[in-house]
Design a protein around this ligand. Structure first.
Ligand code: TXA
Ligand code: MG
Length: 349
């Protein structure tokens, strides 16, 4: 398949190109598009064969449901069976934005889109290109992150090209994602809202709006026996090709441990990558030392994480050491992604 690549200026959106992109979706094709979190791999959410194509293009197990992206509240009414008051409050305050809500679905949404579940995940992204594209596409765009299954998510159109070139009809380049980590997912089908995936919107922020909110126990305690409620959270994910270990503990000790490991691995012929911060990167020697930003600037760390992981692949890095990022708001989301990328290899000093 020939993948068409189009650039769209977010401040001067080309109407003709957007109409064409929307038509591709309406006729059952797939288009990757920018959002504020990560790039999405879009298909018509109400067309079962489009959802099947999405799973194929990603190489994703089809029991892993897709998020339906909408551009206005009217669209929500027709794809869910009811809208709890708390959901209205959250939508009023946080949509468009990096929040996905789980509802009971209406008959309009095919099981191919929800991975066989009676619930549906819905999000209104905060990106002008995404919103215009969704409108032109008929209002309901199913979109997982536009990476191949298991790979780091895509925060730039060039990442999408790496993974999806030749597999989908079109890629819309709208610049880098401003947040860089996937949306917070909150399930509103029970009496207390439950966070199924941490993200930019913190639990504190949600609680201020709707009171008590809980975390899915399976994502807080990685050793929990219960399966995570978001099916996608159970898979190894976001992984670079090199073996990644996260090193935790006292800052001085972390630096000397990583430096010693790096030296040893280099002498054994490994190509070593290190994820460090403004405060620490000058302490290290490795094939590639990535300074991800200041340890006090969690927004930058979040925005750069996936690009850093992908850059290691471009440099054929075989062994990666990362410091841990225990930051106040997004720390949980950052560490959730990093721990999965490391396949749970954490070394506590
Ligand atoms: O920021 C985002 O959410 C991005 C952009 C493109 O919007 N999308 C994204 O989609 O991260 P994806 O498919 O990579 O992750 C969706 C997650 C998966 O873990 C999936 O299992 C979960 O949402 N999910 C979807 N529908 C669900 C449902 N009905 N119940 C529970 N979990 C659901
Ligand atoms: Mg994903």
């Amino acid at each position: 398949m020939n993948t068409e690549f189009v650039e769209i200026d977010i401040n001067n959106i080309d109407d003709e190109l957007m109409t064409r992109a929307g038509d591709v979706i309406k006729s059952g094709g797939l288009v990757a598009f920018p959002t504020e979190t990560v790039y999405g791999l879009g298909g018509d959410a109400l067309n079962p064969s489009s959802s099947k194509k999405i799973y194929e293009a990603k190489g994703r197990p089809s029991d892993n449901p897709l998020i339906v992206h909408i551009a206005d509240m009217e669209s929500l009414e027709s794809i869910v069976s009811d809208i709890p008051d708390m959901a209205r409050k959250l939508a009023d305050a946080l949509w468009p934005g990096p929040l996905t809500m789980i509802f009971n679905k209406s008959d309009k949404v095919p099981y191919e889109t929800t991975g066989g579940l009676d619930t549906v995940a819905v999000r209104m992204p905060d990106n002008k290109i995404a919103l215009e594209f969704i409108r032109k596409a008929g209002g309901y765009v199913a979109a997982p992150s536009a990476n191949k299954s298991g790979r780091p998510s895509t925060t730039k159109a060039s990442h999408v090209m790496e993974d999806m070139s030749g597999r989908i009809d079109m890629i819309i380049d709208g610049g880098s994602s401003t947040i860089g980590l996937e949306s917070t997912i909150v399930d509103l089908t029970g009496s207390v809202p439950m966070i199924l995936r941490p993200g930019y919107i913190s639990m504190k922020r949600l609680s201020k709006l709707v009171g008590e909110v809980e975390f899915d126990p399976a994502i807080v305690n990685v050793d929990a026996k219960s399966a995570p409620k978001a099916p996608g959270m159970k898979y190894k994910h976001y992984a670079p090709k090199g073996e990644l270990a996260i090193i935790k503990g006292d800052a001085e000790k972390v630096i000397s441990y990583i430096q010693a490991q790096s030296k040893k691995a280099l002498s054994e012929g490994e190509r070593v990558g290190i994820i460090a911060t403004d405060e620490t990167y000058l302490n290290y020697q490795a094939t590639v030392v990535q300074n991800i930003g200041s340890k006090d600037d969690e927004e930058t760390i979040a925005r750069r994480l996936y690009a850093v992981l992908r850059d290691f692949d471009a440099d054929d890095i075989t062994r990666i050491y990362s410091e841990d990022f225990d930051t106040p708001n997004m720390g949980q989301a950052i560490m959730n992604r990093l721990i999965k990328a490391a396949g749970h290899t954490i070394i506590q000093l």
